[in-house]
Design a binder for this molecule. Structure first.
Ligand SMILES: [Zn+2]
Length: 136
């Protein structure tokens, strides 16, 4: 069974992923761009039952490009985005892959890219990914 660990920049929030990942996607939506302060976010689909967290996150209730609400959890101390809970994906958490510790990133690769219509024009698509102009 795959085991991965990660946490925020300051270490106040730590987590463990106990099972196999359910998927991995780059999201180019403008909300992921804002929240990450970067061109896109790299999200891991994890069963809620496989996600174990120590330390508390704060969350922001966001209304995404899709018009649906999502809960964006982050470290209240250092501001690192940790995960998103989307009521449209019950039982699942979307963990920000960039918060994984470096030794737990092996084998990670996005399978899809979503909201490519919002993607930075200078950025090439990752070969082999399934592409969606919005969400699948
Ligand atoms: Zn922190």
């Amino acid at each position: 069974m795959q085991h991965r660990e990660g946490g925020c920049l300051c270490g106040a929030v730590r987590y463990e992923l106990k099972g196999e990942l359910q998927g991995a996607a780059l999201c180019h939506c403008t909300h992921c761009q804002k929240q990450s302060g970067s061109a896109f976010s790299f999200n891991l689909f994890v069963s809620e039952a496989d996600y174990v967290q120590q330390g508390d996150t704060k969350f922001y209730v966001d209304t995404g490009d899709s018009g649906k609400q999502s809960y964006r959890h982050f470290c209240g101390n250092c501001g690192s985005p940790i995960l998103t809970k989307d009521p449209g994906l019950p039982g699942m958490v979307l963990v920000k892959a960039g918060t994984l510790d470096i030794e737990y990133r092996e084998g990670l690769r996005p399978q899809m890219e979503i909201y490519t219509d919002r993607a930075a024009k200078w950025l090439a698509r990752v070969p082999g990914t399934q592409l969606f102009e919005r969400s699948p």
